[in-house]
Each structure stands twice: as C-alpha cells, then as structure tokens.
Design a binder for this molecule. Sequence first.
Ligand SMILES: Nc1ncnc2c1ncn2[C@@H]1O[C@H](COP(=O)(O)OP(=O)(O)O)[C@@H](O)[C@H]1O
Ligand SMILES: [Mg+2]
Length: 213
Amino acid sequence: MLKFEDVSFGFTEELFANVNFALHPGEIAVLTGKNGVGKSTLLRLCNGLLKPTKGRVRTAGFLTDEHKTSSLARHAGFLFQNPDRQISKHTVAEELLFGLSLTAPDTDEAEKERLLNAITAEFGLNPADEIFTLSKGYRQLVAIASVLITDPALLLFDEPTVCLDKHQKKTLADGISSRIKAGKAALIISHDLEFIDILDCKKLILKDKVIKE
Ligand SMILES: Nc1ncnc2c1ncn2[C@@H]1O[C@H](COP(=O)(O)OP(=O)(O)O)[C@@H](O)[C@H]1O
Ligand SMILES: [Mg+2]
C-alpha cells in the first residue's frame, strides 16, 4: 500500500535521510515523534503533495513523482492536521458529496444517497447541518467522513483525534479498524495514547531523520 525506498527530503535542512519502510494491506501504523521533526511533511510525501529529493515513494502501487496528487487521491485519503483547512462547503451533505465528486465523478444519484446515509449514520452526523454551527469535534468528523466516503485504499491521517471526545474517538477507531479488516491500510500521526491503545497498530517513531519501530 505504501513503500518508502531510500527517501530523503528537506526544506532548508534535511528532515529525513534514506528512509525505508512499508505498509501492507490490513496494517495500521501510528507515527509519533517530536514537534517539528517532520511527521506532517512525511505524510505529504505519501500523497504526492511533496516529492522526495532522493529515493521513491510508492502509494497504492503508484510512484508519487509520476502521478498527480489529484489522481493519487483516489487511492490515498488524506486528512490535514486542522479540519477547517479541509472543509470548503456549507452543509454536511455538500461537503461529503464534494469529496466524492472529485474522486468518483461517475457515481450515480442513488449510490451517492446510499454512501451519504451510511457515512453520516456511522459518524453521528446530520446531512442537513450547517458545518459552521458544529463543534470543532464534529467538524473534524465531517472532515474524516469526507475522506472515508470515497473508500480509499490507504488512509493518511494527521492527528485525527485532537478535537474528538472519548465517544467520537471510539467511533473513529472502529471506523478505521473495520476498513483495515477489509484490506485497507492506514498511516496515522497521533500522540493520543487513549486512541492508540484502542487501535491494533504498529508503532513507528520519526527520530534522527529515520523511521524506527
Ligand atoms: N512548507 C514549508 N517550507 C519550509 N519549511 C517547512 C514547511 N513545512 C514545514 N516546514 C518545517 O519543516 C519542519 C517539519 O515540519 P512538520 O512536518 O510540520 O513537523 P511535525 O508535523 O513533525 O510537527 C519544521 O521545522 C517546519 O518548520
Ligand atoms: Mg504535524
């Protein structure tokens, strides 16, 4: 699902050097590491928003430097650190269907309706709600649902639980786990011990410019 082959990257200074790691179908990896070490940057390399300066990143079988982020997005669902960066529409339904219209433009109306009903029921969302009236936790769930409605093979989540309460974290962990059981994979940046504890996952740390288990 995801493969780093001798990947180096930096903006001014090198953040990683010769990173190698792989994530297989059915695996969840949680990535930790100190503030500013480069975790969010590493996630952006996974969906091609950034390209390695050396080495190769393969996402769902595609080399990221040979494919546009927009086409990789059909396979890799990306959640930014702040949900409000992700949200662009007025109502929950509009937001969720917008993501789908980008990655699966051929979806017919009946299927859209079915997917919308399923994902809103799963995350306790109301399709008619205006997003700006929702709490930050629910806005985060809207952002998460807008990724999951497209059913990506690889989930790339940056600090998904920051504004979630205990119940919402459990809903998210269950949602991720059921997709992993169906053969997807997930790379999740998180320091939330309560959340990591309920996920059956591999633990990775970004330290000294490499990823360690
Ligand atoms: N677009 C950018 N241009 C230049 N430097 C950046 C950019 N984005 C992040 N950085 C720097 O790269 C380092 C790693 O950032 P980031 O990946 O956000 O770390 P983390 O997510 O681990 O806290 C930080 O020092 C940050 O200031
Ligand atoms: Mg970060």
